[in-house]
Design a protein around this ligand. Structure first.
Ligand SMILES: C=C(O[C@@H]1C=C(C(=O)O)C=C[C@H]1O)C(=O)O
Length: 327
């Protein structure tokens, strides 16, 4: 039985497929299967479950499970499958084919905003976007990620609200999908990283519309950390060098979660890398997985839940990206 230990512990856990199947929906709000194939969002044991094609054949499936804190109500809204428990709303949707996904992304995001507004969970605190062929270009030379960012930015413009922590990452198939969690009433603070330009202020050379996300979102003592990479100010550093990119990424994470940065945002406390839990690592080149895993293992706690996926990252010159939750 999954139970949260109160609002200051994370609702999220990374599990094996067997472990998830054993839960049979008991205490589960929603889940994401990081798996070997794509498929539609569906219901398993009454919970919304999104399959993301992020694992290569023979690799282990990882299931990200969001725990419920009480009785769950579920539904569907404009293609989104959702569940909520009075405190947290989990929702997931398929946006469509990733090439030329701008308009579909705009519509999906507007549907998401309408859902959180209608159900009364106004505090979006974490969003994930999985894009097949994220750095591919269409016939007109437009990159999938740039196209996605245009649609998402339009949605935030049409239905203004704070931008939460997010991940925008490659997938091996399945087009474009997304999922998110929103809170009903907690105190939410969105953080930036002192070592990086806010993503929503990136200059135009990275795309016609900048990415709509914060570097982290603090919710009642839990810090949800966005996908973080080897970017200083707005520039990729150490192109081609996976070891140094990993080190820069870890230093960026340390600066983001540290006491000084929390104080800068008017928040108490702070964390170090060893406090991160539910760590997900994305590695562009499959051959770099052992190196990145070793470097991460040296920095993160043995007690951290940890998953590595060999998938593309949002810029052609980024080789690694890391996210996690500190509590
Ligand atoms: C790695 C970066 O961006 C990535 C893309 C994101 C998005 O578009 O939602 C969010 C975090 C990262 O997954 C970055 O700009 O630093």
């Amino acid at each position: 039985m999954l139970r949260t230990g109160g609002i200051t512990s994370s609702r999220c856990s990374l599990r094996t497929a067997e472990d998830f199947d054993r839960l049979a929906g008991d205490g589960v709000l929603g889940a994401v299967r990081y798996t070997t194939g794509a498929g539609p969002v569906g219901w398993e044991h009454g919970c919304p479950v999104l399959p993301l094609h992020m694992v290569r054949p023979g690799g282990p499936e990882v299931v990200e499970v969001w725990a419920a804190s009480g009785p769950v109500r579920t539904g569907e809204h404009r293609g989104l499958h959702y569940a909520h428990d009075g405190e947290v709303l989990f929702a997931a949707g398929h946006i469509g084919p990733s090439a030329g996904c701008g308009e579909a992304a705009r519509e999906a995001y507007l549907a998401a905003f309408e859902l959180v507004d209608r159900l009364g969970y106004p505090h979006l605190f974490r969003m994930w976007n999985a894009l097949e062929g994220i750095t591919d270009r269409d016939g007109r030379g437009t990159e999938v990620y740039a196209e996605f960012c245009v649609g998402r930015a339009r949605a935030f413009e049409e239905s203004p609200r704070p931008m939460p922590a997010a991940t925008g990452i490659g997938a091996l198939g399945g087009g474009a999908s997304f999922y998110f969690v929103a809170h009903r009433a907690g105190r939410v603070v969105h953080l930036e990283n002192p070592l990086q330009v806010p993503a929503h202020e990136y200059p135009r050379r990275y795309g016609p519309r900048s990415p709509s996300f914060a570097r982290a979102t603090w919710l009642e003592g839990v810090l949800h950390v966005s996908g973080t990479a080897s970017i200083l100010d707005d520039a990729t550093v150490c192109p081609g060098d996976v070891v140094r990119q990993c080190q820069v990424t870890l230093a960026n994470l340390a600066a983001l979660v540290g006491r000084d940065n929390l104080a800068r945002h008017g928040l108490p406390g702070g964390w170090v890398l060893r406090d991160l839990r539910q760590v997900k690592v994305y590695v562009k080149r499959p051959e770099d997985v052992p190196t990145v895993t070793r470097l991460c293992r040296e920095e993160f706690s043995r007690r951290a839940e940890f998953a590595v996926f060999a998938v593309d990252v949002c810029r052609p010159d980024l080789l690694v990206e890391i996210e996690g939750i500190a509590s």
